[in-house]
Design a binder for this molecule. Structure first.
Ligand code: COA
Length: 310
């Protein structure tokens, strides 16, 4: 029994904050932000839109796309570091709102690698035949924990949600291999006190190394070569980090997802959000080999090689 993605959905808030808007609020410039990060604008959720609202909106789309009913869900996993409150989990909140009565529900805290942790957790239940349909959501309202006086971090982040229904798919399709990891000794480089605190240079070095290595590791585990990869979906933190991963895989520019310019770093939402956009743009086709790779605070990381399709 192979586990794969059988439905996807996303939600982005309407409000756009451009680099030029930020120039008016802090000592920064569009030029600095674009050349250092690739970010041009980001979405910010309204005060009355919480993490659970965004998660619900993305989840409803993924469930409809999978052509199942909420009542068919066996489990809900929500990857987030910005839950509405410490408990109940966002997963329990949307379980009620969806009417997913038989679904077990919990949140996963793995920062920007959270969606990878969620997919790989879901895979275990599907492949042991324990569950058939698992909703995995990556969602953040990072604007709530961003210090809008701190130019080192405020220019980087945005709010969004992405969701996937994971279920059994035909032989040869779905998740072919994975890698998960963590290094708590690096916790000091990226964490939340009241707001996000970050040592950008240290995170950058770690990310460049880890994104490339994890991508190559999942290929090796799946018995694939670099030239077998049709599309790369890296965590959208910074275009320079993403480019380093692409170069390690020796892929042309058009084979890498890039949404960071529109949304900034949306943490756990960034990979599923990009996946939805690339599918809508027709860049990923049935049977394509895709690599998804993410890293984040913890430090955490995760990667998947998969063959797209049901
Ligand atoms: N606007 C203008 N200047 C800024 C700025 C901003 N928004 N933010 C920082 N600077 C300044 C710094 O204060 C520093 O000034 P100094 O040299 O006088 O101290 C200067 O720009 C250069 O900083 P540096 O750290 O060398 O820049 P960088 O090339 O490493 O880029 C990051 C900074 C944050 C973009 C980069 O380190 C990065 O992307 N790191 C990873 C972050 C990340 O991905 N986090 C999320 C993980 S999920």
């Amino acid at each position: 029994m192979n586990a794969g993605i059988i439905g996807i959905g996303r939600y982005v808030p309407e409000k756009v904050i451009t680099n030029f808007d930020l120039e008016k609020r802090m000592d920064t410039s569009d030029e600095w932000i674009r050349t250092r990060t690739g970010i041009e604008e980001r979405r910010i959720a309204a005060d009355d839109v919480n993490t659970s609202h965004m998660a619900l909106a993305a989840a409803e789309k993924a469930i409809a796309d999978a052509k199942i009913e909420p009542a068919d869900l066996d489990m809900i996993l929500v990857a987030t570091v910005t839950p509405d409150r410490p408990f109940p989990s966002v997963a329990c909140m949307i379980q009620e709102q969806l009417g997913a009565k038989k679904a077990a529900a919990m949140d996963i805290s793995a920062a920007c690698a959270g969606f990878m942790y969620g997919l790989i957790t879901a895979k275990q239940f599907i492949e042991t035949n324990s569950y058939k349909h698992i909703l995995v959501v990556g969602v953040e309202k990072l604007s709530r924990i961003t210090d809008w006086e701190d130019r080192n971090t405020a220019v980087l982040f945005g709010d969004a949600a992405g969701a996937a229904v994971v279920g059994p798919v035909s032989e040869g399709k779905g998740i072919l291999s994975f890698e998960l990891g963590a290094d708590g000794t690096g916790a000091k480089h990226l964490y939340q006190d009241e707001y996000i605190i970050m040592n950008g240079r240290e995170v950058f070095k770690f990310a460049v190394r880890q994104m490339g290595e994890s991508s190559l590791n999942v290929l090796r585990k799946a018995g694939l070569k670099k030239e077998d990869v049709d599309f790369l979906i890296p965590h959208q933190a910074n275009i320079r980090i993403m480019e380093a991963a692409r170069e390690r895989l020796e892929l042309p520019v058009e084979k890498m997802s890039k949404t960071v310019h529109k949304y900034g770093n949306t943490s756990a939402a960034s990979i599923p959000l990009s996946l939805v956009e690339e599918l809508e743009a027709g860049k990923i086709k049935d049977g394509d080999v895709i690599v998804m790779v993410g890293f984040g605070g913890g430090l955490t990381w995760g990667a998947i090689a998969m063959r797209w399709g049901r």
